[in-house]
Design a protein around this ligand. Structure first.
Ligand code: HEC
Ligand code: CU
Length: 293
């Protein structure tokens, strides 16, 4: 592609330069009253036109054919990924599920994607409600997440660090508050992180747990508790995350308590309702969540 297009570029630029030079020479000749100097070329050039059109059609056909086969070859030689991760877009947060290499089961978390540096990870992208788009410009290209379909994106993150992702397909009121934090770390660190995420919550069973079971468990799962809904993010290790509500707030005790008290003020339209809790219960449930590491 580069050599063909480079060659075409050189030919077209030289043709343009030559035409400008002829026009300049002709203007000089006309001024001297001697128009026959260059006009003789015009007929011969016109006869070359079908040849040029033919070359363009042939060239484009060859490039399209080559591109088609190169594409197929690329898909055929997909290397087998070290890890499979399902990422599902929701209005307006990300469900993230790791295929546990040991057991084959799924380890669920939300809004923060960890990747082992230098290893190929297969991201299986889907959407629960409307079209979203997975986009972490420093790690991979962009790919849409479409309800009822799965799109596959193989990524190999080369540089360690934190990177910001963002939903890149307008998906409703809080589309702008649908960010994704991505952490790329050494494989050993990644695997110990995954092992910790896999474990059940280290939760105490005080008043906070009771409030959670009453007011929150219909939508949120905390593995290790009796029951848990799936309408909202898995909170089993919520306090290990660095942000809240898909990058909207940084994870602090104050922000967590603010979010629980007034989710609709922070992210108007979010699927989490404001649940009236008395101050002691609000405090207890926040302490309970802050201990989920
Ligand atoms: C009707 C379902 C529903 C109920 C009930 C509910 N939530 Fe949520 N919650 C959600 C949804 C949906 C989100 C994601 C919102 C977003 O980011 O737009 C969420 C987000 C959160 C988050 C942020 C998680 C993250 O990974 O950033 C926390 C913390 C949270 N809820 C705590 C609670 C607590 C505590 C209660 C009970 C007092 C509760 N929720 C009740 C649906 C619910
Ligand atoms: Cu969006």
């Amino acid at each position: 592609m580069m050599w063909v297009c480079g060659g075409v570029y050189v030919v077209v630029s030289s043709g343009l330069g030559w035409a400008l030079w002829r026009a300049w020479r002709r203007r000089g000749a006309d001024a001297r009253g001697d128009g026959s100097v260059t006009r003789g070329m015009d007929g011969r050039l016109a006869r070359l036109l079908p040849l040029a059109v033919g070359a363009i059609v042939l060239g484009l056909t060859m490039l399209i054919t080559a591109s088609f086969f190169a594409d197929r070859a690329l898909f055929a030689t997909r290397i087998s990924p070290a890890l499979e991760v399902r990422v599902t877009g929701h209005q307006w947060w990300w469900r993230i599920q790791y295929r546990d290499p040991a057991s084959g089961g799924w380890v669920e978390t939300a809004n923060e994607l960890h990747l082992p540096q230098g290893q190929t990870v297969r991201l299986v992208l889907g959407a629960a409600d409307v079209i979203h788009s997975f986009w972490v410009p420093n790690v991979a290209g962009k790919l849409d997440m479409i309800p009822g379909r799965t799109n596959v994106l193989d990524v190999t993150a080369r540089r360690p660090g934190w990177f910001r992702g963002q939903c890149a397909e307008f998906c409703g009121l809080q589309h702008a508050h649908m960010a994704l934090s991505v952490k790329v770390e050494a494989p050993a660190a990644f695997h110990s992180w995954l092992a910790a995420q896999k474990g059940p919550a280290v939760a105490d069973s005080g008043r906070g747990a009771e409030v959670f079971a009453d007011a929150c468990a219909a939508c949120h799962a905390i593995r290790g508790m009796a029951a848990g809904g799936r309408a909202g993010p898995d909170l089993t290790h919520v306090a290990t995350r660095h942000t809240l509500a898909a990058g909207t707030l940084t994870m602090t005790r104050g922000n967590l308590q603010g979010w629980i008290a007034q989710p609709q003020a922070i992210k108007p339209g979010t699927a989490m309702p404001a649940i009236p809790l008395n101050p002691a219960d609000a405090d207890a449930v926040a302490s309970y969540l802050m201990a989920l590491r």
